[in-house]
Design a protein around this ligand. Structure first.
Ligand code: IPM
Ligand code: MG
Length: 386
């Protein structure tokens, strides 16, 4: 059986406690499947940055990144602490990791599990089962923009990506006393096609029949016009799967009115950010929302698996957070490693525990601790066996 080397980054706030439970469940999976984990824990987070990386605009150094890149996967808790600038722990951590390893897929499934109530009326388990595929490297997330005050100014903005390089020359003439801010969104045909193709491949693998490509091409005609053309080209390669094109505002409405409709949603970066939180809320909230920042080519870049929620500093260390998002991120990690049966075991054990209803964390009206939840799911994994 396979051995996988995984980097653990517990991080800040509730990160360490939820990741501990994730690892506990993965260790139980190893016991019953014969998978071997080689865990290496890294101390990256607020404390470490304040002590060893202060002054750095990013949470990790280049060498830190290179070290992480040697593993088969990164299993991540959460980062974010009031003592560290937000830019360091957001753009300087999550976004940088996505760009550095070209993790161009952000896979964020939203599934209504057995034993969990949706805030939407009359939903049964699995009625909501959406694979949100968020583009993770382009769009308005490329980090190009500026603020200008003063009359005339010229600037060149440079963009360097694994796929391409671009230079934007900006020439601004402003009324004195005014200020102008702008942020550039960019999309390439290759960048769009690769994530759309991933969405169609996922639909094929899961025997689904529809891929919904989200856009706003009626207003942002250039960037999302290119996106839709890419969607139409890719769809031609998959005759058995329907391509549906929906405008993002209407998609938000339909996610609330009729979430059952959606199978695979492929969305540009920013719309995907927003819609994945919305989708998560329909299946019980952020406590149930895992994410995979994926480079499908394991040799080209390591992938990172995390709960979508943040570090919730005020709850940190209280052993009360819901670890299920992290445990389900472990499921995504197993799928990425090609261990599909082990992945299914994790979901089944999680659902069995939730359905039994004895162990529930505070976010779903229970009083159980984070570790009690992890214990129960790990035990259930051992009982079920694959
Ligand atoms: C997410 C988060 C991040 C994002 C932030 C923290 C940079 O909201 O992972 O969804 O916007 O991508
Ligand atoms: Mg977000």
């Amino acid at each position: 059986m396979a051995t996988y080397s995984v980097a653990l980054i517990p991080g800040d706030g509730i990160g360490p406690e939820v990741l501990r439970e994730g690892k506990k469940v993965m260790d139980a999976v190893a016991q019953v499947t014969g998978i071997t984990w080689k865990w290496t824990e890294y101390p990256y987070g607020a404390e470490h940055w304040l002590k060893h990386r202060k002054g750095l605009p990013t949470l990790f150094s280049e060498e830190d990144m290179a070290g992480l890149g040697k593993h088969d996967a990164v299993y991540f808790g959460a980062v974010g602490d009031p003592r560290v600038p937000e830019s360091v722990e957001q753009a300087g951590a999550l976004l940088w990791m996505r760009f550095y390893f070209d993790q161009y897929i952000n896979l964020r499934p939203a599934k209504l599990l057995r034993g969990v109530a949706s805030p939407l009326a009359n939903k049964k388990p699995h009625d909501i089962n959406i694979l949100v595929v968020r583009e993770n490297s382009e769009d308005f997330y490329i980090g190009l923009g500026a603020r200008h005050s003063g009359r005339k100014s010229k600037q060149t903005l440079e963009l360097k990506r694994a796929l391409y390089q671009a230079r934007f020359n900006v020439d601004i003439d402003l009324d004195p006393g005014d200020e102008l801010a702008y942020q550039i969104g960019a999309m390439t045909a290759k960048g769009a096609e690769r994530v759309l193709r991933y969405g169609f491949e996922l639909a094929k693998k899961k025997k689904l029949t529809r891929v919904t490509a989200v856009h706003k091409a009626n207003v942002l005609t250039k960037i999302y016009g290119l996106w839709l053309e890419a969607a139409e080209r890719v769809a031609k390669e998959y005759p058995g799967i329907e391509l549906e094109e929906t405008i993002v505002d209407a998609t938000a409405m339909w996610l609330v009115r009729r979430p059952e409709w959606f199978q695979v949603i492929v969305a540009p970066n920013m719309f995907g950010d927003i819609l994945s939180d919305l989708a998560a809320s329909t299946v019980g909230g952020m406590g149930f929302a895992p994410g995979g920042n994926i480079n499908p080519n394991r040799k080209a870049g390591v992938s990172m698996f995390e709960p979508i929620h943040g570090s919730a500093p005020k709850h940190g260390g209280l052993n009360k957070a819901n670890p299920i998002a992290t445990i389900l991120a472990g499921k995504l990690m197993l799928e990425h490693l090609g261990e599909d049966r082990a992945a299914e075991l994790v979901e089944q054990a999680t659902e069995d525990v939730l359905e039994a209803g004895k162990v529930r964390t505070y976010d779903v009206g229970g009083t159980s601790s984070c570790s009690a939840m992890g214990d129960a799911i790990a035990e259930r994994v051992l009982q079920l066996r694959p």
